[in-house]
Design a protein around this ligand. Structure first.
Ligand code: ZN
Length: 287
């Protein structure tokens, strides 16, 4: 990507050395709702099942944050933070424009860089969950060591693969603003487990498509190098539920998918990339 020198977002909070660290979550006071989240999603990769977060959120109180220091801006010489801030800034520009075209106003999310564990309105977030979005506080949570995992464990290296991860989480924020997360949550309360997973998959695939919509405009902003789109598509393929299940449990159980198969993730990301239209991302209407 050709990101250097572009605008950086001021919506990035650096909590990497604010007492969250590895120790957070083990103190008596931070046990509670956060523990439930960990129990339900421990080991999940790249995004907790969003419905898990939503259901915890709807019944719970905010997680304690007393043990955390104040958030601050990342240091200016931190290249990774600079990259994330620049990608976030471009998502702000794109979504502001897309919302304005639809006569709406885009409310920017914040992005929290953390290490180990972090208190959120959705409970205690853990690095092991992968990056995630909390609808309760409108924040994307990212431990950038996930990018190493994306490269080494999932075989998806490259800066555009990383940008796709950020854009996917921002996609969940867009869904939240559009009221989609809420609607899915209500539908899920009436549904059985299998159907609930189906709804989760549709929500995730839509976030992939929204990431693609961002990518479409990022290309127009001259941010992409040749091969970047393919890099993103490769990343989407590498974190499909079927591929992950084959890797971790040796067999594939489609009923338990929560994010979609590799093929589905690739196809919805591609759809957004090619069209640049959120209307093309109606995963709920698709068969
Ligand atoms: Zn997601």
């Amino acid at each position: 990507m050709r990101w250097e020198g572009n605008r950086e977002s001021s919506n990035v909070d650096d909590m990497r050395d604010s007492g969250g660290g590895g120790g957070f979550g083990f103190g008596g006071r931070s046990i509670g709702i956060g523990t439930i989240v960990i129990a339900l999603v421990g080991g999940a990769i790249f995004g907790i099942n969003p419905l898990t977060i939503l259901s915890v959120l709807s019944g719970g109180s905010p997680a304690p944050t007393a043990q955390q220091g104040p958030a601050k801006a990342p240091p200016a010489d931190d290249r990774m933070a600079k990259f994330v801030s620049t990608v976030l800034a471009d998502t702000e520009d794109v979504w502001k424009q897309v919302f304005a075209q639809g006569g709406a106003t885009y409310k920017e999310p914040r992005l929290v860089l953390f290490r180990g564990a972090v208190g959120t309105a959705c409970g205690t977030g853990q690095s092991a969950m992968g990056p995630f979005y909390c609808p309760g506080d409108h924040k994307v949570y990212l431990d950038t060591t996930f990018f190493e995992e994306l490269d080494q464990r999932f075989g998806a290296p490259g800066d555009f693969a990383q940008a796709y991860v950020v854009a996917h989480e921002v996609g969940h924020h867009v869904q939240n603003l559009l009221g989609l997360s809420d609607r899915v949550h209500r539908a899920r309360e009436r549904a059985g487990e299998g159907e609930g997973n189906q709804l989760s998959v549709r929500l995730e695939l839509q976030a992939d498509c929204y990431a693609g919509v961002w990518g479409h405009y990022a290309a127009q902003h001259d941010l992409l190098d040749p091969g970047d789109a393919e890099e993103g598509l490769r990343a989407a393929a590498s974190i499909g539920d079927d591929r992950l299940q084959r890797q971790t449990q040796g067999r594939v159980v489609p009923e338990s998918f929560t994010h979609g198969s590799s093929e589905q993730r690739v196809s919805w990301l591609r759809r957004g990339l090619e069209s640049g239209q959120i209307d093309s991302c109606d995963t709920f209407a698709a068969r």
